[in-house]
Design a protein. Structure first.
Length: 196
């Protein structure tokens, strides 16, 4: 039983050493081919590293720009929300006044006319007040829609920024992977040439 375990361990050790040990070139020509292949791989890896670094730089610049856009959109949203609140308060005050005074004051204004010209002037005034109220209501509705659109746009911008951040982290991870592969390959070739 003990012999079988020892034989199995020796066999496993022998097989693993054959798998891990590098293949040595037998001739100078083979060594030159291996060196050329290593240089080609190193050049390819260097090119990939350069492309990845360029992409990271571009992503970082785009991310900075997107951050500025998100901040500006946030400021614009705050301004629009303040405008919306102001318009709402003005409309609330106007509606309160109209409720307290009622439509009778408008009718009283018309009936208190002393002449036909005065009646036309007062009728025009009443029409302008109603027109003003309708315009203010339309402005409030437009501002409310604008605030809602800005909120949605800000959310979209934020999500795009998160996507860009994720892509940037992926590119940095890819850069680290390229770096480790390059480092491992260069160390393995150095080890092979030192063993000779």
């Amino acid at each position: 039983m003990k012999n079988r375990i020892v034989q199995a361990l020796l066999t496993a050790l022998l097989i693993s050493s054959m798998i891990v040990s590098p293949v040595f070139a037998t001739t100078l020509e083979d060594m030159q081919k291996n060196k050329d292949q290593a240089e080609t791989e190193a050049g390819s890896l260097q090119e990939q590293l350069t492309q990845t670094l360029d992409k990271i730089d571009t992503l970082e610049a785009d991310l900075d720009k997107k951050q500025e856009e998100v901040e500006k959109a946030g400021d614009d949203l705050e301004e629009a929300a303040a405008k919306q609140t102001e318009q709402y308060e003005s409309m609330k005050l106007r509606i309160k006044y109209m409720y307290e005074e009622g439509n009778s004051s408008l009718l009283e204004t018309l009936f208190s006319s002393t002449s036909f010209t005065d009646l036309l002037n007062k009728a025009e005034y009443v029409a302008e007040v109603h027109s003003y109220d309708r315009d203010k209501l339309s402005e409030y509705e437009a501002t409310t829609k604008q605030v809602e659109t800005m909120k949605n746009d800000l959310q979209d911008e934020y999500e795009q920024m998160q996507t860009m951040q994720t892509e940037l982290e992926g590119e940095k991870a890819l850069l680290q992977l390229h770096w480790k592969i390059s480092s491992l390959r260069s160390h393995s070739w150095i080890r092979v040439f030192r063993m000779r």
